[in-house]
Write a protein that binds this ligand. Structure first.
Ligand SMILES: [Zn+2]
Length: 200
């Protein structure tokens, strides 16, 4: 028996769209890691480090239309460890939250006189000090700007951003996407509204 036949033989039921994110039935299969097999047979190779996830939220579903690949969280961590900044939960803000001066320990509280307010604020005193608009470096030398994946702290890849936009447009929950890619929901919203990753 071929893998395909083995897989099809193990389908125990077809369940009508249980999730709002799919428009075809789920093929519930009892084969262990059936979704990975299904992806390989009907969609394509699974690059190392990628995970097969379900849009339908049915772990046993093998309908290829419900399967998609995502960077495994460890992979994200790997990328961070390979010389990139610690982001997300690896970031110092997260691992040593107490070390951050907040509230009464923040310098603005300790030395309120150092905070330039109102007329003393640099931009009010000398508005031309800030290179805004066409005088900004990003306009003068756009090629110097790092974008997307080139940014050291980037967590997402271009492919993942396109993926997020595609599913946001289709109405997939931004909260869910945030969970999957381990970013904050507002980050997904910004990507969707093209406030970030505008060049993609
Ligand atoms: Zn399904």
């Amino acid at each position: 028996m071929s893998t395909e036949q083995r897989l099809l033989a193990k389908i125990i039921s077809y369940e009508e769209m249980l999730s709002p994110y799919v428009d075809t039935p789920c093929w519930i299969c009892s084969l262990y890691r059936g979704a990975r097999e299904a992806y390989r047979i009907w969609v394509g190779e699974i690059p190392t480090g990628l995970w097969v996830l379900h849009f339908c939220d049915q772990p046993k579903c093998i309908n290829p239309e419900h399967l998609w690949l995502v960077t495994y969280a460890d992979n994200v961590q790997d990328r961070c460890e390979k010389g990139r900044s610690a982001t997300g939960t690896n970031n110092g803000q997260h691992t040593h939250p107490k070390k951050r001066a907040r509230g009464n320990r923040h310098w603005t509280r300790l030395y309120p006189e150092k905070v330039l307010r109102g007329e003393n604020h640099g931009l009010v005193k000398n508005p031309l000090a800030a290179a805004t608009g066409d005088r900004n470096g990003s306009r003068l030398y756009p090629e110097r700007l790092k974008r997307g994946e080139e940014v050291n702290t980037a967590v997402l890849s271009t492919a993942e951003v396109l993926f997020i936009r595609y599913w946001c447009d289709k109405g997939y929950s931004q909260k869910e996407l945030a969970k999957i890619f381990r970013v904050n929901p507002p980050a997904i919203s910004k990507i969707h509204r093209r406030q970030t990753w505008r060049h993609v």
